[in-house]
Design a protein around this ligand. Structure first.
Ligand code: F0G
Length: 458
C-alpha cells in the first residue's frame, strides 16, 4: 500500500486555541461593528484573516534569532540577509524595510510620479494605494480567465501580454515600470507562468522600461511552475526562483509570507544608482540602510526563512494543505476560485449569496456568517477592499466578490481544515435564508476595509 502524504515537519511548541459559543460571537461581532479586523484574537477560533506574519518559525530560525547582531550599522545579520538574497534571488543590491508596503513606499517615492501609469497583473491593495496616493494609476492587465472562478487555468495570475502590449503602445511615455505580482493575490493566490514573465520582459525591453516584481509569494509561484509548466518538473525550486527573478530589474518583498517571518520586508535591485536613490527615502522612512526598520535578530530569521521557504518539501506540505481544504469544499459543492491558489481558498460570494444585493456586501456578509458559525475569521476581498474611485468617489464593484480563507504557514492541521470546510458547508446549506447584508455607517477616505464600520440591513 502506498503511504499517505504527510507533513515534512513535526511540532515542537504549541499555542492553545479558545472555543466560544454562538451567543458570545453574536455579541463580539456586533461590538466590532461587523468588521472582523476589530475582533480580539482570543475571540477567534481558527484565524484565516491572513497568511502574513502568522506563520510558525522553525527551530533553525529561532536559533538564528539568538545570534542576531543589533549593531546600528554594518550588523552581521544584515550581511547574512544580503548573502541569502544574493544567492537565492540573484540581486546584488538590497535594503531592508519593516514590511512589504514600506518597500513599496520607498521604491515608489523614487519611481512613481503624478500622472504615471503602472500596468501589471492585479495590484495588491497597498501597492495600488501607494500608486494612487501619488496621483498615478494602477492598470490591471490580468488575463480574463481569472474572473471566471469555475474555469481551470494553470496560471490564472498571468498578465495578458496582448492587453499589456496594447496599453504600452498607447501610453508608454507615462509608464515608469511594469509590476508583476507573484503569486497574484487579488485573483486568488494564482500563479504566473515563466512564459508570461518572459513575455513581460520582452515587452518591457521593447519600450525600454523596468520590470518590478511584487514578490510576497514568489516561492509558492515557483512551486506551481515546477508542478504545472512544461520543462520545469526536474528543476529545483531554487533554480526556478533564480530564473523568475532574472526577468526583473527590481523587487519589493513582504517577508511575512514566503520568507516565513513575523515581520520584515525588503527592496532588491540590480542597479546601484536606483539603490542610491532609494537609500535616501529608506533612511527617512525606515531606518539606516543596513537595518531599515528591522532588528538584527529578525534579519537573521529572514535570511534562514528565505532558504527554508524555497525548499520543495516545505512548499509541497504547504500547498497540499490549501488544496486539501479546496477538495473538501468541492465535495460540498461550494464554489471557489478554482484551482486552489497557493496561500488561500477564495470562496465565490457572488455565487453563494446572489440574493443579497451587491450594495449590501456579499463577501463581507459571508465572512460574518462563517465567523458566527464557528469562530473562523476570513477576510473580504470584494467591494469593501476595492474601495471608491479616487476621482468620482463611487463604489468600485469588482468582477469578483470573494471571501478569502488564508492559511498560515506551518500553523494549523488538516483537522482544522475539516472544521473550516464543514462550517462553511453549514452556512452554504442555509444560504437561501440570507436575504440581506450590511450597510456602511463609517469609512476612511482610503483603504477603508481595515476600519470600516457596518450595520445589518434589516
Ligand atoms: N504585496 C502583496 C501581494 C501582498 O499580499 C501584501 C500583503 C503586500 C504586498 C504588502 O505587504 O503586508 O508586508 O506590508 N498582504 C497581506 C495579505 C496583508 O493579507 O494578503 P505587507
Amino acid at each position: 500500500m502506498e503511504l499517505p502524504f504527510s507533513e515534512s515537519y513535526k511540532i515542537k511548541m504549541v499555542e492553545p486555541l479558545r472555543r466560544s459559543t454562538r451567543e458570545e460571537r453574536e455579541q463580539w461581532i456586533k461590538e466590532a461593528k461587523y468588521n472582523l479586523f476589530n475582533l480580539k484574537s482570543n475571540q477567534v477560533f481558527i484565524d484565516l484573516l491572513t497568511d502574513s506574519g502568522t506563520g510558525a518559525m522553525s527551530d533553525r530560525q529561532w536559533g538564528a534569532i539568538m545570534m542576531g547582531d543589533e549593531s546600528y550599522a554594518g550588523a552581521s545579520s544584515y550581511y547574512n540577509l544580503k548573502n541569502s538574497i544574493q544567492s537565492i534571488l540573484g540581486f546584488e543590491y538590497f535594503m531592508p524595510t519593516h514590511q512589504g508596503r514600506a518597500a513599496e513606499n520607498v521604491l515608489f517615492s523614487v519611481m512613481v510620479k503624478e500622472g504615471d501609469y503602472i500596468p501589471g497583473n492585479s495590484h495588491f491593495d497597498t501597492t495600488k494605494g501607494h500608486i494612487e496616493f501619488r496621483k498615478a494609476h494602477a492598470v490591471d492587465c490580468t488575463i480574463d480567465e481569472a474572473a471566471n472562478t469555475e474555469l481551470y487555468h494553470p496560471f490564472k495570475g498571468n498578465v495578458d501580454p496582448a492587453k499589456l502590449e496594447k496599453f504600452m503602445s498607447e501610453n508608454h511615455a507615462k509608464v515608469p515600470f511594469i509590476i508583476v505580482t507573484v503569486t497574484n493575490n487579488t485573483a486568488g493566490g494564482q500563479p504566473v507562468s515563466m512564459e508570461c514573465l518572459r513575455q513581460v520582459r520582452k515587452i518591457a525591453d521593447k519600450y525600454g522600461k523596468r520590470v518590478v516584481f511584487d514578490s510576497a509569494r514568489f516561492a509558492e509561484n515557483a512551486y506551481f511552475i515546477k508542478i504545472r509548466e512544461e520543462g520545469y518538473a526536474n528543476k529545483t525550486i531554487k533554480e526556478i526562483v533564480k530564473e523568475m527573478f532574472s526577468y526583473a530589474d527590481a523587487m519589493t518583498m513582504s517577508s511575512k509570507k514566503d520568507a516565513i517571518v513575523n515581520i520584515g520586508g525588503f527592496i532588491a535591485m540590480r542597479d546601484n544608482e536606483l539603490w542610491r536613490q532609494c537609500s535616501t527615502f529608506n533612511i527617512m522612512f525606515e531606518g539606516y540602510v543596513t537595518y531599515g526598520g528591522m532588528s538584527g535578530r529578525d534579519m537573521n530569521a529572514l535570511a534562514v526563512g528565505l532558504d527554508e521557504g524555497t525548499e520543495f518539501d516545505y512548499l509541497e506540505t504547504r500547498i497540499k494543505q490549501v488544496e486539501y481544504l479546496g477538495n473538501r469544499l468541492k465535495e460540498f459543492g461550494i464554489p471557489f476560485q478554482y484551482p486552489a491558489g497557493g496561500h488561500a481558498i477564495f470562496v465565490d460570494a457572488n455565487k453563494v449569496l446572489p440574493n443579497i444585493p451587491k450594495e449590501e456586501l456579499r463577501a463581507q456578509t459571508l465572512a460574518i456568517e462563517l465567523y458566527l458559525e464557528a469562530g473562523i475569521r476570513g477576510v473580504e476581498i470584494g467591494t469593501l477592499l476595492a474601495d471608491r474611485d479616487p476621482v468620482t468617489r463611487e463604489n468600485r464593484y469588482p468582477k469578483l466578490e470573494l471571501l478569502r480563507l488564508a492559511i498560515p504557514r506551518r500553523v494549523y492541521t488538516n483537522n482544522h481544515m475539516d472544521v473550516i470546510a464543514v462550517a462553511l458547508k453549514n452556512v452554504y446549506d442555509r444560504r437561501n435564508e440570507l436575504k440581506h447584508g450590511f450597510d456602511i455607517v463609517w469609512e476612511a477616505p482610503i483603504m477603508r476595509h481595515f476600519t470600516v464600520e457596518l450595520e445589518r440591513v434589516k
